[in-house]
Design a binder for this molecule. Structure first.
Ligand code: TUI
Length: 321
C-alpha cells in the first residue's frame, strides 16, 4: 500500500488531500474524503467566520478521522479564521494565495500542522524557514488562483530544495497522475477538480454537468495581466472577461468588478454569470462518484501503475541476462 511520512505526520491512511476549494469545500465533502482515508479540507471562504466554524463542528460530527481547514489569505476574514481554528482545536491548516508567516507562531503553539500552498521554490524555502510542517506545491494546471510554474518542473525542484514533505497539486486527477507525482518525489497528492463531481460535493448540478462535459481544451486563465491569474472553464462569461482584459479601454478595476462574486454564483446558482473554476484535468472527469470511490481509484490506480512499472523493469533486466 502507498504510504509516506505525511501519513504518519497527519494520522491519515492514504497520502491524498482534497483541495480546500473556495465556496465549495464544505463539511460534507471534507468528512467524506477523511472517512475514505484521505485528508478532507474545509474552505475558509464562506459567508462569514461563524459559518466556517459551523462547518468545522459539523465535520467533527461526521468523521472521527483527521481533517483540516484551508485559509484563503486574501479573504477579508483570514485573521479571524486563523484564530477560530485554534479555538476549535483543528489539527491541520493549509493556506493559499499568500504568506501565512504572521500566524505561524500561534498555530505551532497550538500544535497545528501548518501546510502552506506554494507556487515556487523561493516561497517553499521561505515557508520551511518559517516552520511549515509540509508544503503543497501547486502547478498552474490547477483550477482557481494559479502560479506560473507547472507541476512537472515545479515538484522536483521543490522536492530538491526542501527537507519537509511535499504534496503535489495541479493536473492530478487519477492513478496515472498520482503515480507520476510520486515519481517526481512528492510525498502526497492533492486533487480539487476530480472532487467537484463527488456525490458529497454540494455544488450546483450545472457546475457538475459542465465539468463532465469539459474536454482537454475547456479551461482558460484570466486576470494574468493584472496579477490575479485564475483558471476556470471557458464560458461566455470567462471569454468576455478575457476580452475585457485585452481591451486597453477597460480598466483592471472594471475587469475585477465584473469577476467579483462570480465563483459563489457558479457554485450556488449555476447560472451564466458564474465563474466555473476548474483545473486542466476537467476533461478527464467523467462521472459522479462517491469521494471514497475517487480516493481509492487514485491511490489503488497509482499503486497498480507503480507495481507494473517495477515489474516490467525487472523483466527488462531479466531479458538482458
Ligand atoms: O489559493 C489557491 N487557489 C484559489 S484561491 C481562490 S478564491 C478566489 N476567488 C475569486 C477570485 C480569485 C480567487 C480560488 N482558487 N491556490 C493556492 C495558491 N497559493 N496558488 C498560488 C498561491 C500562492 C501565491 C503566492 C501562495 C503564496 C504566495 O505568496 C507567498 C508570499 O510569500 O508572498
Amino acid at each position: 500500500m502507498i504510504k509516506s511520512r505525511i501519513c504518519e505526520m497527519l494520522g491519515i491512511k492514504y497520502p491524498l488531500f482534497q483541495g480546500g476549494m473556495a465556496w465549495i469545500a464544505d463539511a460534507s465533502l471534507a468528512a467524506a474524503v477523511s472517512n475514505a482515508g484521505g485528508l478532507g479540507l474545509i474552505t475558509s471562504v464562506n459567508t462569514c467566520t461563524e459559518a466556517v466554524r459551523e462547518q468545522v463542528r459539523k465535520c467533527r460530527e461526521m468523521t472521527a478521522r483527521p481533517f483540516g481547514v484551508n485559509i484563503m489569505l486574501q479573504a477579508p476574514n483570514a485573521a479571524e479564521v486563523a484564530a477560530m481554528i485554534v479555538e476549535e482545536g483543528v489539527k491541520v491548516v493549509t493556506t493559499g494565495a499568500g504568506s501565512p508567516v504572521k500566524y505561524m507562531q500561534m498555530w505551532k503553539e497550538a500544535g497545528i500542522k501548518v501546510i502552506p500552498v506554494v507556487p515556487s521554490v523561493a516561497i517553499a524555502l521561505k515557508m520551511q524557514a518559517a516552520g511549515a510542517d509540509a508544503v503543497v506545491a501547486e502547478g498552474a494546471e490547477s483550477g482557481g488562483h494559479v502560479g506560473e510554474l507547472h507541476t512537472m518542473p515545479l515538484i522536483p525542484q521543490v522536492v530538491e530544495a526542501i527537507d519537509i514533505p511535499v504534496v503535489a497539486a495541479g493536473g492530478i486527477c487519477d492513478g496515472r497522475g498520482a503515480a507520476a507525482a510520486f515519481m517526481l518525489g512528492a510525498d502526497a497528492v492533492q486533487l480539487g477538480t476530480r472532487f467537484l463531481t463527488a456525490k458529497e460535493c454540494n455544488i450546483h448540478q450545472n457546475y457538475k454537468d459542465k465539468i463532465i462535459e469539459a474536454t482537454d481544451i475547456s479551461t482558460i486563465v484570466t486576470g494574468k495581466s493584472f496579477g490575479h491569474p485564475v483558471r476556470s472553464l471557458k464560458t461566455p462569461f470567462s471569454k468576455t472577461m478575457a476580452r475585457m482584459e485585452a481591451d486597453p479601454s477597460v480598466s483592471h478595476e472594471d475587469v475585477l468588478a465584473f469577476g467579483s462574486g462570480a465563483l459563489k454564483r457558479a457554485v450556488q446558482e449555476g447560472g451564466l454569470d458564474g465563474s466555473y473554476m476548474a483545473g486542466e484535468c476537467a476533461g478527464m472527469v467523467k462521472a459522479i462518484e462517491s469521494a471514497r470511490t475517487i480516493v481509492e481509484d487514485v491511490i489503488l490506480g497509482a499503486e497498480e501503475i507503480i507495481v507494473r512499472v517495477y515489474d516490467s523493469r525487472l523483466l527488462i533486466n531479466d531479458n538482458k541476462k
